[in-house]
Design a protein around this ligand. Structure first.
Ligand code: FAQ
Length: 324
């Protein structure tokens, strides 16, 4: 009975703090549902960064110049870093990175649908920077104000880097659009293929999003999926015009009354299919990740053995050393 009363008081105190925009830190009491939601979202986000290295990594050896290769290498490396900040943030909630990796490669945890599409030409690299990183920025800037301290702080640095990623993509596309007719066609084709999947990155429509309401109340999420999707469309249409490409949506038009662009309905059955493992590259992405994890086993073992040796050394001489 006392325990229940305590729990209620703790819950009220927690909700009051969150409503007052105070940050929740790892040692603070938090409802189990809050912790679980954060672990799910942060782990999915971390996995997305790591799996997200694959579609672009695919072009590292085929970048058309040394400059483009250096930029792409830096970007892919940044994504690995983002994954690591995020796994660290998840670890503050009492889960282990190794456990999260196992869940990813056993397909018990999700990663973003967007990384299950193939990168067919080098224009895809530009379009990923422009649209995918553009969508990521739209979604992630508000997460810098997320109620959970370690997540919000990780997002600050990630967003700074994502903004560089978006610009490098747009700059690459501008260069291609000034090039040959074939290059312009490549940019248009990549835009046609990535537009709808980019809109799906924001998640299902609000009416079909089981987590949004509670995550908004807990201030983990600061905007709904549909609000962010609209923001992304509003931001991207003028960029497409400046670039000289057409977005593949006949329903796209500015609504003076709303002060926003209207746009067509993404194919939500496609999102469901891709999330449930049946996208064009799901199998390949997970298999590659599993293989990389296996290949890295000896590195993890060597690092753990080294750390154990260091710890033993710093805790004083061994009995063998004393008798010597
Ligand atoms: N893909 O109730 P909701 C990047 C799941 S950016 C896969 O609406 P929530 C940068 C959802 O988890 C990409 N799964 O869920 C980069 C939930 O699963 P459950 C990563 C999706 O959490 C660029 C279920 O569907 N960004 O990596 C997707 O409130 C270039 C129901 O959905 C983030 O993760 C989807 N698109 O809202 C890297 C941002 N949408 O409960 C490399 C942080 C939904 O059934 C190269 N995350 N699901 O297990 C978020 O903001 C949110 O988690 C949402 C989903 C908005 C993604």
């Amino acid at each position: 009975m006392t325990e229940t009363l305590d729990d209620t008081a703790l819950q009220e105190h927690f909700e009051h703090r969150v409503a007052a925009e105070e940050r929740v830190e790892p040692r603070d009491w938090m409802p189990e549902g809050y912790r679980k939601t954060l672990v799910r979202q942060i782990a999915q986000h971390a996995h997305s960064e790591i799996i997200g290295m694959q579609p672009e990594g695919n072009w590292l050896t085929r970048a058309p110049s040394l400059r483009r290769k250096a930029i792409l290498l830096a970007k892919v490396q940044d994504e690995a870093g983002h994954g690591l900040y995020l796994y660290s943030a998840a670890e503050t909630l009492g889960v282990d990175r190794a456990e999260l990796t196992d869940k990813l490669i056993d397909q018990r945890q999700k990663y973003s649908s967007i990384f299950n599409y193939p990168t067919l030409t080098f224009a895809d690299i530009g379009v990923i920077g422009w649209l995918v990183d553009g969508a990521a920025i739209c979604n992630q800037v508000p997460l810098c104000r997320s109620s959970y301290g370690p997540y919000a702080r990780a997002m600050v640095r990630i967003c700074k880097e994502e903004s560089f990623h978006q610009r490098q993509g747009y700059e690459l596309l501008m260069t291609m659009m000034r090039g040959s007719p074939e290059q312009r066609e490549m940019v248009q084709d990549a835009t046609d293929r990535w537009w709808w999947p980019s809109l799906m990155m924001f998640g299902p429509p609000d009416g079909d999003s089981p987590n949004t309401q509670q995550s908004m109340a807990w201030r983990i999420k600061r905007h709904t999926n549909d609000e962010l999707r609209q923001k992304f469309v509003d931001m991207t249409v003028p960029q497409a015009e400046a670039l000289g490409v057409t977005l593949p949506d006949p329903e796209l038009r500015y609504d003076d009354e709303r002060g926003h662009y209207d746009f067509g309905e993404p194919d939500w059955s496609e999102l469901k299919r891709v999330i449930s493992g049946d996208g064009p590259c799901n199998e390949q992405r997970v298999a590659r990740r599993r293989e990389a994890h296996e290949r890295g086993r000896w590195v993890r073992e060597a690092a753990a053995a080294h750390a154990a040796k260091q710890a033993a050394r710093s805790s004083g001489p061994t009995s063998e050393e004393v008798t010597r």
